[in-house]
Write a protein that binds this ligand. Structure first.
Ligand code: HSE
Length: 444
C-alpha cells in the first residue's frame, strides 16, 4: 500500500472533552504499537477542551486543541465524534448536531443515554450513523456489545449486578475495616475514586442510569428512567454490614431488572421490575466476591442460563478501552467499508417492542429489616403477627443484642411484594415497644 493510500484510509476522530476518560482515549490512540492494526488507522484531529492553556499529563499538539466544541462537531474532515464531557446539555445538542451532519458518535454519557437514548437512537438510525455506548456501563467490561450481538439469540429474563465502582469500593472498605460510611467516603475522595460531589454515585442515580440502558438493550424497549425506584448507600450504617456478615451475607449496591413472567408473552408491552438498592448478597453468590471498584453483571437468559461479566468498572484506562473499541467498530463496519446509510442491525440501536415498569409495590424480593425495640416479653410475637397479617413469611428472626438502647432484632423474610413489607413496617412502627425501624433493604 502506498503512503497516500494509507493516508486516505485514516479515520478522523474529534474528541469532546480531555478529562480522565478523554486523556485515556488520546493515550491509546497515540500508542498504537502492539494493539489491533486498525488503531493506527485512527487519527485524532481535533479536541475540544475548556481551557487550552491548562497543563496536561500527556503531550498533545497544541494545534489540536480548541475551546469551541462546535468547531470539532462541524469539522467536515471528521467522521467520528467522541463525547466524553458528560452531563445532559450541551452534550445532547452536540451529539444530535454531529449525527445530523452524518458523523457517527461514541459516548460514555450514561446520564444522557438513559434519559434521551430513544431520541438519539432515532436520529442516528434516520441519519444512517452509529451511536455506540460501550463505555457508558461497566467501564472496561464488554457488556453493551454482548447484549446487542453475542446474546441476541436469548430471551433475557434478568439483568442484575454491581454497576457502580465508587459505591462498591466504599462498601468493600466498610466491610473489610468496619469503618463508617462518612470516613470511607472521605478516603475514597482523597484517593480519587469518588467525585468531589459524590451524589450521583452514592445516591444510586448512576447505577439507575446504567440499569436503564442495560434493560433497554436486554428487553428491547425504551425504559422510563425516572420511574426506577432508587436507593443509595448514603444512609447505610456499618452496624448492618456487621449483622449481615454474621448472618452469612455481604451488602452490595445492586441494580436488578427482571422480566415479569418468562418473557414469552406476546402482550404489546413487556412488564419489568427494576430497582436499585443496597442488598444482602449470600456468601455463595457470584456477586459476593466482587470487591473494590470492580463491577459485575449477571445476565440470565433462555437458553444460555446465567453468564457473568466481571472487571474494572471505572477509571481512565478501562473506560478508554471501551471507547476505543467503539471507535474501531465504527471504523471497521462503516468508514472503511464506506457503508454509510446501511447500518449493521446488530451494532445500531434498535427497540423492537414496548416495555413498562411495574409499580414498586408489586416488585418481589426477600427483605432484611433491623428494628430497635424494648427488651420485653412478647415483642417478637407481635412483630411476627404483623408480618403474618400482611402475608409476609419470615425466613429468620434473630435478637442480636439487648443493651441500654434496647434490643436489636433482625428479620429476614421470604420473597414477598415490596408493598406487603411497606404495610408491615407501617404497622410495626406503631407498636409502642418498637423504638425505630433502623434499616430495611433487599436480600438475595
Ligand atoms: N462513577 C462511576 C462509578 C464511573 O463509580 O462506577 C463511571 O461510570
Amino acid at each position: 500500500m502506498t503512503e497516500s493510500e494509507i493516508m486516505k484510509k485514516k479515520i478522523k476522530v474529534g474528541l469532546l472533552g480531555l478529562g480522565t476518560v478523554g486523556t485515556g482515549v488520546a493515550e491509546i490512540l497515540q500508542t498504537a504499537k502492539g494493539r489491533n492494526p486498525l488503531v493506527s488507522d485512527i487519527e485524532l484531529v481535533r479536541i475540544a477542551v475548556q481551557d487550552t492553556s491548562k497543563k496536561r499529563c500527556i503531550s498533545i499538539p497544541e494545534s489540536l486543541l480548541t475551546q469551541s466544541a462546535l468547531e470539532v462537531v462541524d469539522d467536515d474532515s471528521i467522521q467520528i465524534i467522541v463525547e466524553v464531557i458528560g452531563g445532559i446539555e450541551p452534550a445532547r445538542e452536540l451529539i444530535l448536531r454531529a449525527i445530523s451532519s452524518g458523523k457517527s458518535v461514541v459516548t460514555a454519557n450514561k446520564a444522557l443515554i438513559a434519559r434521551h437514548g430513544e431520541e438519539i437512537a432515532k436520529a442516528a438510525n434516520d441519519a444512517g450513523v452509529y451511536v455506540l455506548i460501550e463505555a457508558a456501563v461497566g467501564g472496561g467490561i464488554p457488556i453493551i456489545e454482548p447484549l446487542k450481538q453475542s446474546l441476541g439469540a436469548n430471551r433475557i429474563t434478568q439483568v442484575s449486578g454491581i454497576i457502580n465502582g465508587t459505591t462498591n469500593y466504599i462498601l468493600s472498605r466498610m466491610s473489610k475495616d468496619g469503618s463508617d460510611y462518612q470516613e470511607v467516603l472521605k478516603d475514597a475522595q482523597e484517593l480519587g475514586y469518588a467525585e468531589a460531589d459524590p451524589a450521583a454515585d452514592v445516591e444510586g442515580q448512576d447505577a439507575a442510569d446504567k440499569i436503564a440502558i442495560l434493560s433497554g438493550l436486554a428487553f428491547g424497549g425504551a425504559i422510563n428512567r425516572e420511574r426506577i425506584p432508587t436507593k443509595g448507600i448514603n444512609k447505610l450504617q456499618s452496624q448492618d454490614i456487621t449483622y449481615a456478615n454474621k448472618l452469612g451475607y455481604g451488602i452490595k449496591l445492586l441494580a436488578i431488572a427482571t422480566a415479569i413472567g418468562d418473557n414469552k408473552e406476546t402482550a404489546s408491552s413487556l412488564p419489568l421490575a427494576l430497582c436499585v438498592e443496597p442488598t444482602l448478597v449470600p456468601k455463595e453468590h457470584p456477586l459476593y466476591g466482587v470487591n473494590g471498584v470492580n463491577n459485575a453483571i449477571l445476565i440470565d437468559g433462555d437458553p444460555i442460563g446465567e453468564v457473568m461479566f466481571y472487571g474494572p468498572g471505572a477509571g481512565a484506562g478501562p473506560t478508554a478501552s471501551a471507547v476505543v473499541a467503539d471507535i474501531l467498530n465504527i471504523a471497521g463496519v462503516q468508514v472503511l467499508n464506506n457503508s454509510l446509510n446501511s447500518l449493521d442491525p446488530l451494532l445500531s440501536a434498535a427497540y423492537w417492542r414496548d416495555c413498562h415498569l411495574v409499580e414498586e409495590r408489586e416488585i418481589l424480593q426477600k427483605n432484611y429489616v433491623r428494628l430497635i425495640t424494648e427488651d420485653s416479653p412478647g415483642v417478637i410475637g407481635k412483630i411476627g403477627s404483623i408480618f403474618g397479617d400482611n402475608d409476609v413469611s419470615i425466613q429468620s428472626i434473630v435478637q442480636f443484642d439487648a443493651n441500654d438502647i434496647g434490643a436489636e432484632i433482625v428479620v429476614i423474610t421470604h420473597q414477598v411484594k415490596k408493598g406487603a413489607i411497606s404495610n408491615s413496617l407501617l404497622s410495626i412502627r406503631e407498636l409502642t415497644e418498637v423504638k425505630s425501624v433502623e434499616a430495611h433493604m433487599g436480600c438475595l
